[in-house]
Ligand binder design. Structure first.
Ligand SMILES: Cc1cc2nc3c(=O)[nH]c(=O)nc-3n(C[C@H](O)[C@H](O)[C@H](O)COP(=O)(O)O)c2cc1C
Length: 214
């Protein structure tokens, strides 16, 4: 137990993967894209996994991982079930916080913003690019609803597989959200916990860029 507690308290991480010094004035989405590309090139696990926090109908914040699937000029996009807990939360309050963490690169990006549903054609196009099984799954899963048993889900999959043996239309309740940021923070770990934090904040349509204490 003592060794376990010592492991948790170990504070020797060096943070020596890089600096964030020459990005002032650059456009934040270009930097998001650059960091994503570098994470993919570095071969990090799940480079586009992003935590999305919403304020639930119960008033509590709720977070879950989704995949960042596209990067538009307006912001990052993720796809989900619009009737899920997060979908219902976003219907009532479209404000989100998104967080991407690349441990091996000692980098995180936090995005504060408001979501909007993407145009239906965009959701259609992405849905149709997915494997058949994932498409059936999107129909079968009443995401976030209580499920009586695994069998119930698998029986629904069987029925849907018979209904849609080849072509699977996009469920009307499934699609994308674009996060329109009001603030984006780039964090790069540095030695002695003196990390770099560069914040882009939207001010009258322009990005104000500033540094924050670590
Ligand atoms: C690596 C990973 C990727 C995921 N990607 C998605 C995704 O792109 N869309 C999605 O709806 N759920 C995704 N999930 C599942 C969500 O984390 C979550 O369980 C689900 O969306 C239901 O969330 P909710 O009940 O809060 O609405 C992913 C989970 C993991 C661990």
């Amino acid at each position: 137990m003592k060794e376990f507690l010592d492991l948790l308290r170990n504070d020797h991480h060096q943070f020596d993967q890089g600096k964030l010094e020459d990005y002032f004035g650059s456009e934040p989405f270009a930097l998001v894209a650059k960091w994503l590309r570098e994470a993919i090139e570095r071969g990090v696990s799940e480079p586009n996994a992003m935590s999305i926090s919403t304020i639930g109908l119960d008033g509590f914040p709720h977070s879950r991982i989704v995949y960042l699937k596209e990067l538009l000029e307006e912001g990052p996009i993720f796809y989900t079930n619009y009737n899920s807990a997060k979908g219902k939360a976003l219907e009532a309050n479209p404000k989100v916080h998104a967080l991407i963490f690349w441990p091996g690169m000692e980098r995180q990006i936090s995005i504060t913003g408001t979501v909007e549903k993407v145009p239906e054609e965009m959701s259609d196009e992405y849905f149709q690019s997915r494997p058949w099984g994932s498409k059936i799954g999107a129909w079968a899963s009443q995401q976030s609803e209580e499920l009586a048993s695994r069998d119930e889900l698998e029986n629904r999959v069987k029925e849907l597989a018979e209904l849609f043996p080849v072509e699977v239309p996009r469920p009307p309740h499934w699609g994308g959200y674009v996060i329109k940021p009001v603030q984006i923070e780039f964090w790069q770990g540095r030695a002695s916990r003196l990390h770099d934090r560069i914040v882009f904040e939207l001010n009258d349509g322009n990005w104000r860029v500033f540094r924050k204490n670590p």
